[in-house]
Ligand binder design. Sequence first.
Ligand code: IMP
Ligand code: MG
Length: 183
Amino acid sequence: MGDPGDGVDSVLISEDRLLKRVGELGEQISADYAGKRLLLVGILKGSAIFLSDLIRKIDLVVDYDFIAVSSYGGDKHSSGVVRVLKDLDSDVRGRDVIIVEDIVDTGWTLRMSYLVENLLARGASSVKICALLDKPSRRRIDVAVDYPGFAIEGYFVVGYGLDSNGRYRNLPYIGIVTSDGKN
Ligand code: IMP
Ligand code: MG
């Protein structure tokens, strides 16, 4: 499974399992959007690593952009307050969009930022959601993930783009942090 990094208690999803599942998602998306021009919209910062692997498994004409929203303010528990910190550069009119998220936890970020509605209002042809990780037991707001990677328990996880106070994004696997994660 690999050696957990300093401060990481255990490995939840190994690098091999991550890359295999990302490959499957890429194949599924390629089939579903055959003949279309796709725009992936990654939510910064957590989705960047997932998006970079996913897009290389998509066999279509595809572009990507990023949006930054904040709901956490450094705390591990969502505050329910969402701010758009950086908007898209792209014109989404007529585009088929997939929002790429690292993890859907309470659902506040996706729901309260009205991202799907917002992109449709700007003229996107369609908007779906792809999330590497899904914590259904933690959901407070109804958010349907069209392309889920893995459903996990309510653990706080790090790695493969996910952080704990800015650490661990570079781990190639998903690990569980049960200690305070601030080491
Ligand atoms: P939500 O708004 O509660 O659904 O949370 C979504 C965002 O919270 C994700 O995009 C992550 O940035 C962050 N988040 C939620 N759970 C975790 C976790 O276990 N580890 C690291 N970040 C998390
Ligand atoms: Mg995020």
